[in-house]
Design a protein around this ligand. Structure first.
Ligand SMILES: O=P(O)(O)OC[C@H]1O[C@H](O[C@H]2O[C@H](CO)[C@@H](O)[C@H](O)[C@H]2O)[C@H](O)[C@@H](O)[C@@H]1O
Length: 255
């Protein structure tokens, strides 16, 4: 998938609107990376683009994020038809449906306190708690990456059953349960209307998105990655806008 030359997927490479399902990553893809998880901003016009694209594809537009679903609802309320959060641990198949959570082992109870103790030794680093895991962020302490990785691996080694693994992220290390990822989320989402029977198109920017890309490709779909296929989120959003503005028939992105 990787290439040193950015290559925008041409409209001709895409399945037509009547067959396409979009599964989009959030951080680093729909929104620019920001200093902290809370400080990301949704650029003006993006919600309208996503709504138009969703309507063009019969509703088949999902966000597949490492964030909890509640945070996607906070930043782009009512926009995606479906949302998968926490790298696929939580899935909401439709706006009016409940969140379905995978049954997973609970994070060992002392790991959160351990994580807080660890970041306290690296000013600028922080802990993000998730229902089934935690993230050690070091964007505010860039030199602490290697030390935090070693500490995270030491925590993981405390679980003799090795039920958790280290997810590489952007200036962050995430401890999360194994067996569930963005690829399993794609498979789940694609089983239900309005996604079922369509061709999944996954777009993301991070290591965790490689699972989503593989998941889409395993179902005969396509996967694109920033910066290989789009130089940055801005270029990706411009491409989405082009798709959303296309006024052609259901069998064509042209026009
Ligand atoms: O799967 P995604 O939607 O891309 O979410 C991945 C993680 O995003 C957040 O962390 C990352 O973005 C932050 C805001 O730009 C940035 O400050 C941080 O350094 C990045 O690692 C979020 O906090 C995580 O929970 C998500 O898993």
């Amino acid at each position: 998938m990787s290439s040193s030359t950015p290559r925008h997927p041409t409209l001709a490479r895409l399945p037509p609107p009547s067959r396409a399902a979009f599964l989009l990553d959030f951080d680093g893809t729909l929104v620019d990376i920001a200093p902290t998880p809370e400080s990301v901003s949704v650029v003006p016009g993006l919600p309208e683009i996503l709504v138009a694209l969703r309507e063009r594809c019969g509703g088949a537009l999902a966000v597949v994020s490492g964030r909890p679903i509640a945070q996607i609802d906070h930043f782009i309320p009512g926009i995606p038809y479906a949302v998968a959060g926490e790298h696929g641990v939580a899935v909401r198949h439709a706006p009016d449906q409940p969140v379905v959570r995978a049954v997973l082992p609970a994070l060992p109870s002392h790991w959160l306190a351990e994580a807080e103790r660890i970041v306290a030794g690296h000013p600028g680093a922080s802990v993000e708690r998730k229902q089934t895991g935690l993230v050690l962020h070091f964007r505010g302490a860039p030199d602490a990456g290697a030390a935090l990785k070693a500490e995270a691996e030491a925590l993981l080694a405390q679980d003799p059953q090795r039920r958790f693994h280290l997810q590489t992220a952007k200036m962050a290390w995430e401890l999360k349960p194994g067996g569930i990822d963005k690829g399993t989320a794609v498979a789940q989402l694609m089983q239900q209307a309005p996604f079922a029977g369509r061709v999944p198109i996954f777009i993301g920017d991070d290591v965790t998105d490689e699972d989503g890309i593989r998941g889409a490709q395993a179902l005969g779909g396509l996967g694109f990655r920033i910066p290989d296929d789009f130089p940055d989120p801005d270029a990706f959003r411009a491409w989405l806008g082009e798709l959303a503005r296309s006024s052609g028939a259901a069998d064509s992105w042209e026009g």
